[in-house]
Design a protein around this ligand. Structure first.
Ligand code: ATP
Length: 214
């Protein structure tokens, strides 16, 4: 079977150890060839991330620091407007036709997945791996409950049986950290040491990012 690539999207404003640990745990447990970390593009006409797309890419590259299982992917930043996930996934398919893809999302995102633009088409491009957070339970009614009834698998091994369209829940340790908290710690002068890799913190300092409470 074709090797699997993981897709992990987010603002990464900034990247923190919660993102990095989750990406590497899933890479190992799902047997992914690598995980693409894909920061979102910056919206032109409304409020977006504090750091620019280039800054967020630089922070990700500093964070990954030679880890072969992780890959910084600039495709959404390089577009001028935020991308729909279905476009990103189709783009990936064109670039890596000999791979299969696994979209990595949280349970909260999964519960609202049927509000994503052309969500059913996304299931034609990839498997979905849903990261279970302790208390949050899967949807029991509506479109996503229906999708689960048709598509859910219970074992990592079953991902190999089809090219796309399976849904797998997986438990992964989530560190109690968010980008919002990191920005707050920096803005209030307390610093975010040990939550964000040192190289990324040096960059944040040099660029004067997140200092004014934004
Ligand atoms: P913010 O606080 O600005 O909302 P965030 O820390 O949630 O940011 P995002 O860049 O929005 O980070 O998230 C990217 C992805 O990482 C999302 O799928 C999100 O569910 C996941 N994620 C966020 N925090 C953690 C964490 N502590 N551990 C594992 N995954 C996380």
């Amino acid at each position: 079977v074709n090797p699997l690539i993981g897709i992990f999207g987010g603002a990464f404003d900034p990247v923190h150890i919660g993102h990095l640990r989750l990406a590497i745990e899933l890479q190992q447990r799902l047997g992914l060839q690598r995980v693409h970390l894909i920061p979102t593009g910056t919206p032109v006409h409304r409020e977006g991330p504090v750091a620019s797309g280039e800054q967020r890419l630089t922070m990700l590259r500093l964070a990954i620091d030679g880890e072969v299982g992780l890959h910084v992917d600039a495709r959404e930043v390089e577009r001028n407007e935020p991308s729909f996930m279905v476009e990103t996934m189709n783009d990936m398919r064109r670039q890596y036709p000999a791979h299969r893809q696994c979209l990595l999302i949280g349970m909260d995102q999964f519960a609202a997945f049927d509000s994503w633009y052309r969500w059913e088409d996304i299931l034609d491009t990839a498997h979905i791996v849903v990261i279970q957070r302790n208390a949050v339970t899967p949807p029991t009614y509506g479109a996503m409950a229906q999708a689960l009834a048709e598509r859910q698998i219970n074992d990592v091994k079953d991902l190999a049986d089809s090219e796309t369209g399976r849904i797998l829940f997986i438990n992964a340790p989530l560190l109690d950290v968010s980008s919002t908290r990191v920005r707050l710690l920096i803005a209030t002068g307390r610093g975010a040491r040990y939550l964000v890799p040192d190289g990324v913190l040096d960059f944040i300092k040099r660029e004067g990012l997140y200092t004014n409470g934004k």
